[in-house]
Each structure stands twice: as C-alpha cells, then as structure tokens.
Design a protein around this ligand. Structure first.
Ligand SMILES: CC(C)(COP(=O)(O)OP(=O)(O)OC[C@H]1O[C@@H](n2cnc3c(N)ncnc32)[C@H](O)[C@@H]1OP(=O)(O)O)[C@@H](O)C(=O)NCCC(=O)NCCS
Length: 160
C-alpha cells in the first residue's frame, strides 16, 4: 500500500454514487487514466472534465460509482443501458493506474453486481478486448462467460 499511501489514499475506502461534490476528484481520476498505460482498453466516453461534471450531475436510471479513499477517486464503475431501455446493464470498471494490483477490482465488481441486482437486473454484460488479459482473467474468475463480439473484442455475461 506504500504508493497508495503516498498518493494520499490511506483514508478509509468508500463506494459512492457519483454526485456533484465529486466532480473535482473524478476529473483528476479521468486525467490520470487518460495518461495511463491502459487507456486504450477502456473508453466508455471521453475522459474529460466536461464529462466528469455531466456524470456527477446525472440523475437518471443508469448508475455511476466511484471507489473513494481520502477524498480521491481510486476507481470508477458504471452500469448503464437502463436509460436506453435495456433490462441488463453494461458494466464498466477502471482502477486508478497507481491503485492497481491491490485487490480493489474484485470487491468493486461485487459491489457493482449487487447494485445491478438491487435495481432488478438478472444479468450484467460487458465488452472487453481479448488482449486485456488482466480484465479477461478477472471477469472469468468472477464467473463471466464470453462470446466473440468481433476480432478484437469479447462480450461477457454474468447471471446475478
Ligand atoms: C482490469 C482492472 C480493473 C483490474 O484491476 P487491478 O487492480 O489491476 O486488478 P487486481 O490486481 O485486483 O487483480 C484482479 C485480477 O486480475 C487478474 N490479474 C492480475 N494481474 C494479472 C496479470 N498480470 N495477467 C493476467 N491477469 C491478471 C487476476 O485474475 C486477479 O485476480 P486475483 O485477485 O484472483 O489474483 C485494471 O487493471 C484496470 O483498471 N485496467 C484499465 C481499465 C480496464 O481495462 N478496464 C476494463 C475494461 S473491460
């Protein structure tokens, strides 16, 4: 945890619905992610200050969450598709480049699955690049089954 503590993330972990008071930490997260090594693997929307503000002001059926520690956003997760009329949401997750490898991904995924189930979903789906081995392995261990989407991507589905 040394790097996390160095980054000021030693505070207690919280999973929080994104709200206007989290605009600045979410913007900082998006900037760090957009400069990180895995930015090409996760692009649900532009990683800009404008989008951070829109997400934190959003009050519709989709769900946008952050894992926070000591005022910073250490991970971002979304469940969307309900707003468009789908029964099963698409899940997305990204951990801050400096907060990876610390076991945050599994509990945050479990939280997102629970949030989807509470909202009435019986399944979640996601799209992942085949060469995103870390993510594919994480999802496989959580029970996702995959089908090809195209040459580069898989669609994963989990029954809740
Ligand atoms: C994918 C991501 C969320 C995983 O988070 P992480 O903090 O790096 O992952 P963790 O260290 O908690 O490891 C989670 C799992 O990944 C797998 N994993 C970790 N390192 C790995 C490696 N080098 N190779 C393959 N799999 C690996 C393991 O299955 C691990 O599970 P375990 O806890 O049973 O060992 C994170 O790397 C990330 O944000 N990547 C960029 C955004 C992204 O790709 N999001 C997914 C888009 S579909």
């Amino acid at each position: 945890m040394a790097e996390a503590a160095d980054a000021g993330w030693g505070g207690p972990l919280e999973f929080r619905l994104l709200r206007p008071e989290l605009v600045a930490p979410l913007s900082a997260f998006f900037r760090a992610f957009a400069q990180g090594p895995d930015r090409a693997f996760f692009h649900p929307h532009p990683m800009t200050d404008e989008v951070a503000a829109r997400i934190c002001a959003y009050d519709g059926r989709d769900l946008y969450y952050a894992a926070c520690a000591a005022g910073g956003v250490v991970a971002y997760g979304l469940l969307r598709g309900w707003e468009e009329g789908f029964d099963s949401p698409s899940l997305g997750i990204a951990i801050h480049p400096e907060a990876r490898g610390r076991g945050l991904a599994r509990p945050f995924m479990a939280f997102l699955h629970a949030a989807a189930k509470v909202r009435g979903a019986t399944k979640v789906r996601l799209t992942v690049y085949r060469d995103n081995q870390r993510a594919v392995e994480l999802y496989r261990r959580l029970g996702y089954t995959f089908e090809p989407k195209n040459e580069r991507e898989l669609v994963g589905v989990l029954s809740l």
